[in-house]
Design a protein around this ligand. Sequence first.
Ligand code: C2E
Ligand code: MG
Ligand code: MG
Ligand code: MG
Length: 295
Amino acid sequence: AAKQRGKNNRVRYHDGMEQPVLAHARIGGELRRALDEGEFRLHYQPICLLRTGQVVGIESLVRWEHPTRGLIPPSEFIPAAEATGLIVPLGRFVLREACRQAAAWLAEFGPESMQKIGPNVSARQLHDPDFVSDVRAILAETGLPADRLVLELTESAVLRGKQVLRTLNELHDMGVRLALDDFGTGESSLSLLRAFPASIIKLDKSFVDGIELDEPGTPEADARQAVAHAVAQLAGALGLDTVAEGIECQEQADRLLRLGYTLGQGYHLARPMPAERMTEMFAGQRQLIAAGRGR
Ligand code: C2E
Ligand code: MG
Ligand code: MG
Ligand code: MG
C-alpha cells in the first residue's frame, strides 16, 4: 500500500508541476518564509441563528499579513500554496491555531459562547497520509473536544476517491464534524451526499445573491429560490444542518428563513474579524447576560 501511495503522490506532483514552474517555485519560497516568520493570521466570522442573531459557530479564514504588502486575502495565495504543497504545513498551522483559539474561548466564555469552530481544509491536505493523526494530535494538544471541530471541505475535495472517503470516515468516527462548503457550485451528486459522512451543508453565496428579489417573472431569482429551497429540503431529509453563506441584508435573511434555513453567515450578520475583536464580542455578551441576571 505504501508503494502504491508513493506512486500516486508522484503522479499528483507532476500534475502540479504543469503550472508555471518558476512562478510557483518563487511564491512557494515566499510562502515558506512567511510561515516560518509567523505572518499568517486567522480571522473569524460568526455563524448565527437567523432568527435571533445568536452566534452558534465560527468559521476561521486565513490571511497573510505581509510585511510590505499588508493584509493579503486567501484567494491570492491559497492556489499557489496548493500547487506547491505548502498548503499541508500551512493547513496544519490553520488547524492548530483555530483549535487553540476555540479552546481558549470555550475556557474563558463557557460552552454556550460558541458551539463549533470551522477551519477550511484543502483537498491536498485530505490526501496527506498524516492528516488524521495530525488532527488527533492537535485536538489532544489544544484540549478542544472533537465534536467542537467542523472541517469545511469543498465538494471537489471530497469527490476524489476511496482513500479520501476512508479519511473522512475516520474523522467522523473520532467525532469531528464535516461541512460541505460552497454547496451547489461543485459536481455534487446525490450518491456523493449519501456516501459522505457530512453533518452540514453550506449553501453557496451565489444562490443567496439576489434571492430577496421578488419581481414576478425574474427567472434568475426564481431559480435561486428553488435551488435554496430544494437544498434545505434535501438536507432535512438526510438529517443534515444547513448554513446559508454570504448574507448581506435582512431581506435575504428573511427569505432564507422562509425557505427553511435556520443558520446563516454573512456581512449582514457579522464580518470576519481578528481574534481580539471576537473576544471583545464574547466579553460584551457575557456582560449583557450578567446584567440581565442582576435585574
Ligand atoms: P469560504 O470558505 O467559502 O469562505 C467564505 C468567504 O466569503 C470568505 O472570504 C468570507 O470573508 C466571505 N464572506 C463572508 N460573508 C460574506 C458576505 O456577506 N459577502 C461577501 N461578499 N463575502 C462574504 P475569504 O476570507 O476571502 O476566503 C475566501 C476563500 O478562501 C474561502 O471561501 C476558502 O475557500 C478559502 N480559505 C480561507 N481560509 C482558508 C484556509 O485556512 N485554508 C484553505 N484551504 N482555504 C481557505
Ligand atoms: Mg469555508
Ligand atoms: Mg464557503
Ligand atoms: Mg465560498
